[in-house]
Design a protein around this ligand. Sequence first.
Ligand code: G3H
Length: 496
Amino acid sequence: MSGSGIFAEIIDGDVFNYYADGKWNKSSSGKFVPIINPTTRKIHFKVQACTQEEVNKAIESAKIAQKLWAKTPLWKRAELLHKAAAILKEHKAPIAECLVKEIAKPAKDAVTEVVRSGDLVSYCAEEGVRILGEGKFLVSDSFPGNERTKYCLTSKIPLGVVLAIPPFNYPVNLAVSKIGPAIIAGNSIVLKPPTQGAVAALHMVHCFHLAGFPKGLISCVTGKGSEIGDFLTMHPGVNCISFTGGDTGIAISKKSAMVPLQMELGGKDACIVLEDADLDLVAANIVKGGFSYSGQRCTAVKVALVMESVAETLVKKIKDKVAKLTVGPPEDDCDITPVITESSANFIEGLVMDAKKKGATFCQEYRREGNLIWPLLLDNVRSDMRISWEEPFGPVLPVIRINSVEEGIRHCNASNFGLQGCVFTKDINKAMLISDAMETGTVQINSAPARGPDHFPFQGLKDSGIGSQGITNSINMMTKIKTTVINLPTPSYTMG
Ligand code: G3H
């Protein structure tokens, strides 16, 4: 059960505490933030509404803790991360239960998220030991006009305090994808979890607490975005921001100080289907890619661009598979569960109604109960419909029929987003040329877009983000190069 057993100390009455200075605290604000269960649409959990003063203190102790942590041997940092990963995996059930209640993640996927997170943390520990244990050695006489009198040694040093802001759809996994790299690299972390997903995140943070990290090194502040959001992202004590979410990221990047930013801000991931594609494979990937977690993934297939000659057959295959998706509560492990909030459901409905008005073909009847929206495939979508360009973040997938590959690429590249895309064909040469032409951070050949495995580079172009993620890239991003130059006296004699 959430908030019980080893997690008993993270809750006070019926409000979950925030974590700072190595302990669980009640906010002096006396206020809480309610967390609405997307399924029941009733308050399920409450978290502390931290004040700006409490944020200041968390950042101050993060600053102090980081100085010592940076001097802690790398192998010791790795050891503690492995310990936290093991505790996290051992306690996957209560954490997954929070994900089910807070974000309506299907039960099995919720467990998978926690296990994946444990694996990610362990991989960070191993990768960090490998890449941070290495530096560079340069000599001066490779640059014109220089003698061999300067030896340059480089190593990677931490940035300081990293602010981590993960999104609601992976409140545990996309939190540890920031915490793991930051901590192994010698930084401290201030985590601001999403409101929905905050309780799962607090449970995850408790696993790090139990692993025995020094006090102040990791903190987790909860609260209203209006009170502590800008305050955190514009705080002079923050040395790096790693954010995953919507276009709030664009606002953060405009307001933040001169600190390294890692931003992942969504996508309109296109799936281009050629005439020679294996249509059963395409249908399976489009359904999994488009509808898993009810389409609430930045890497979900968000528009299928299908060659007209195979569109009829493919749409029929997708339709048959969509009919088999189960719809209902996350506790029953249904494929399609309620979307995160009522306003998200309203937004999705707005896109659907716009497509209806403009003449899209509905492969199923549109159905909605509360936040639950039945999976919907829209065929014959045209580019004057909002759904062609906007990200529904829901179980609605548009199919645009195309007459040439170029038309598909043009549509993909006309988007403001550029996260991932995919192409289905048996011709590897064509696939490579299309991949080159698609303006997205990643192109998957013959599979749906996906972030994982978590050590692969993951990055968006255009409005989809700044910087590259994936474990190795995140560790590197959360470090700076430090150079020491040994200046030798000019030899007064000739050797040899
Ligand atoms: O929602 C954004 C996530 O980074 C997507 O991750 O591809 O593992 O579902 P995923």
